[in-house]
Design a protein. Sequence first.
Length: 57
Amino acid sequence: MARVKRTSDVLDELKQKLSGMVTIDPKLDLGNGITVENAEKLVTTGDSSLKDYNTTL
């Protein structure tokens, strides 16, 4: 029996928040390392990890 592929509600929420941050200012910096650039890196890393996991199933 095949396993169900995983999804990430947290990753989806981060993508929505990132979209809002970019709408405000593409170079938005909220302090404490919270920037559009760092959020984009997290989304990319999360997407690739999820993709890798789902392809190994």
